[in-house]
Design a protein around this ligand. Structure first.
Ligand code: FAD
Length: 393
């Protein structure tokens, strides 16, 4: 897009094109967004299976083909080690030399580092700890029970995979977003797209900080389009416990609020389905959709235990599926808040003119969190950059 607007630019990448997909994903991961939704500026999924979900190697191929087709001037194996302000822009120090620029777009990702609660330090020795960022497959875990902490997309997918490997899984569940894979015969993300949810702008969203921190929905991409939620996992034999609240004297303590967590997630899911139905009634968009559906409420275990003794040998490892965070340690401009998040207004870092961001959750729209959100966001950011560069120094 910058090339199309005549802006001289370079893309710096510490590894290879699609690096995060090459280095930071577990082996079995498939996108939870359907193929038809995968798009990048001027580039669409053109395969034979639009309703399926890309495996990681297909995502790598998709992004690599986009990089070639767009002739993006990518300088690979070039790590940015520091960015500082100068009188006329920014100085960028990299492992292959320094650069100067008037405008700089931070596109280094939102998921560079593991995010795990501070209580992880209290896990007794002898229990292996793996964060989702470093998890690849069940064979790297000891042959014993596994405590998976976190039940968003990552947590439910890993719990399911590890349980299938023959290890007993205890899944610790806090706040989560429940969604069926399909609704009224269509992918639930089709409804998000068609009813306009994905396109909601950041400046029209109430409680924007909350929207930006919302857990990812409990979804998995499988050719069978299966729903993966707490009910599915319970049926598969996964033991569900409450939020991990403390580790003391070699014991994990879980909160007892499962009933409330489940009721809230069910309520929010049903509200969203109501909104889809309302949209379908008001337009002809839902004309080909199936009958209205409602799903069984999340089943609350008859009794869920409140603690787990690590010394009992029942659990050999913990998998932290507690999220990811960005890494701005290389950014020597004071625009990062105490929680490590970049301060920006829809991707424009207003405190530091000429500094921009892309690829962050709900950056300019709800869909910004996902690959297909980059296209519209990039267009807006490029517009801003062109206006900014047009003003003489
Ligand atoms: C587990 C997981 C599952 C996901 N599933 C989906 C999905 O199903 N569908 C979907 O649409 N989206 C999904 N996403 C989100 C998707 O990954 C993001 O929308 C997308 O990766 C954003 O692309 P990006 O290029 O902005 O960031 P990234 O893909 O994170 O790329 C950032 C790049 O910056 C490079 N970099 C970082 N720091 C430096 C530095 N200092 N110097 C030089 N280079 C640097 C990195 O090597 C990396 O290549 C998922 C994310 C995760 C973590």
């Amino acid at each position: 897009m910058l090339a199309g607007r005549g802006v001289d630019h370079v893309v710096l990448e510490r590894g290879e094109v699609a690096n995060s997909w090459r280095r930071e994903r577990w082996d079995s991961l498939r996108l939870l967004t359907p193929n038809w939704q995968s798009r990048l500026p001027g580039f669409r999924y053109d395969g034979a299976d639009p309703d399926n979900y890309m495996a990681t190697r297909e995502v790598i191929d998709f992004i690599s083909r986009f990089a070639s087709a767009s002739s993006a001037p990518v300088r690979t194996q070039t790590t940015v080690t520091s960015v500082t302000r100068t009188d006329d822009g920014y100085k960028v120090a990299t492992t292959t030399g320094d650069l100067r620029c008037r405008a700089l777009v931070i596109a280094s990702g939102a998921c560079n580092l593991p995010s795990a609660p501070a209580l992880q330090d209290a896990v007794p020795d002898g229990i292996e700890r793996v964060h989702a960022l470093h998890y690849r497959n069940p064979s790297q875990l000891p042959d014993a029970g596994v405590l998976v902490v976190g039940a968003s997309a990552t947590g439910v997918q890993l719990a399911d995979e590890i349980q299938r490997s023959g290890r007993r899984v205890v899944l610790s569940v806090g706040e989560h977003v429940r969604l069926p894979r399909t609704y009224r015969g269509r992918d639930v993300l089709w409804w998000m797209d068609a009813s306009g949810v994905w396109n909601q702008r950041y400046d029209e969203i109430e409680e924007l900080p909350r929207a930006r921190n919302l857990p990812s929905p409990q979804l998995v991409g499988t050719p069978e389009r299966t729903t993966l939620d707490i009910n599915t996992l319970t049926a598969a034999g996964v033991e569900i416990v409450g939020r991990l609240s403390m580790i003391r004297d070699g014991r994990a303590l879980f909160s007892g609020g499962l009933r409330n967590q489940f009721a809230l997630a069910d309520l929010k899911m049903n509200r969203l389905l109501d909104a889809f139905d309302e949209w379908a009634r008001g337009t002809d968009g839902g004309a080909n959709a199936g009958a209205v559906e409602r799903f069984e409420p999340t089943r609350v275990p008859a009794s869920s235990r409140l603690d787990l003794d690590f010394k009992s040998g029942e659990i050999g490892s913990i998998v932290w599926a507690t999220g990811f965070r960005p890494d701005y340690r290389w950014l020597d401009v004071a625009v990062v808040d105490q929680k490590g998040h970049l301060r920006h207004d829809g991707g424009v870092v207003t405190e530091s003119p000429g500094l921009y961001a892309i690829g962050l959750p709900v950056l300019r729209r709800r869909k910004s969190t996902f690959i297909h959100g980059a296209e519209d966001d990039a267009r807006d950011i490029v517009d801003h950059i062109v206006r900014f560069l047009a003003v003489p120094l």
